[in-house]
Write a protein that binds this ligand. Sequence first.
Ligand code: NAD
Length: 260
Amino acid sequence: MSLKGKTAIITGSTSGIGLGLAQSFADEGVNIVINGFGEADEIEQNRAAIESKGVKCVYNGADMTKPNEIVAMVEGAQEEFGSVDILINNAGIQHVAPIEEFTAAKWDAIIAIILSSAFHTIATALPMMKKQGWGRIINNASAHALVASPYKVGYVAAKHGIAGLTKTVALEVAEQNITVNAICPGYVKTPLVDGQITDTAKARGISEEEVVRDVLLAAQWTKKFVTPEQIAKLAIFLCSDAAENITGTTLSMDGGWTAA
Ligand code: NAD
């Protein structure tokens, strides 16, 4: 079955992996709701570039810390496009600090943006997916949904939470042609990781080159960053008929990181 004409909401898609997902799904003929923060001009340029692929693309600036804005975004997409067929929870932030220095505000923001936002998008989109008897929910998690690293307590806790959310919802909707999965990438070179390189260098007292070699890619046995295009190809496969029995699982794309 072709994905042409379906509609996808991709949270956090003004940058990095989310933007890559939006472009790749548009290449498949999927209408897209992009979301996230950034400069208005740049967002409009990206939106127009996606639309130039022959699909409809709208921008919704819902803040993933605000449940009412999240619900309005999903309901708005359902009204505008008639359905939400594919939901990709991708928005995320990172903060690197030892737990004693990890502020409650950072903890709350990370849990809200990564974990609670996915609860709200899924809970709002599911009635429509159930009604139409088809849906694909993909949570862009992380290797940190499966294993920990020091100084990332908020992120690791939120991503482990996403794994639990994925499994639970998958069971609840298993007989309704709706699959729910989490992709668990290793390191992808995006603005989020660029920020971490700086922060980790400070936290560990080492150079940025040492962070890339000895911290980020140390665990990635292929010694290659994952790319947004590779993640998008897996996400598109998860939306295919061949993937109808893949549900409730975490799919690693981490260069062997979590095998060791
Ligand atoms: P990024 O910083 O390039 O993109 C993050 C996106 O989330 C941006 O569009 C940003 O505007 C948006 N966002 C942040 N706060 C938001 C909020 N309150 N409301 C709405 N949108 C918000 O980062 P990225 O690396 O592309 O990360 C995307 C996802 O992939 C995250 O969930 C991240 O945890 C996950 N991930 C990234 C890597 C990596 O190495 N880059 C690895 C594994 C998983």
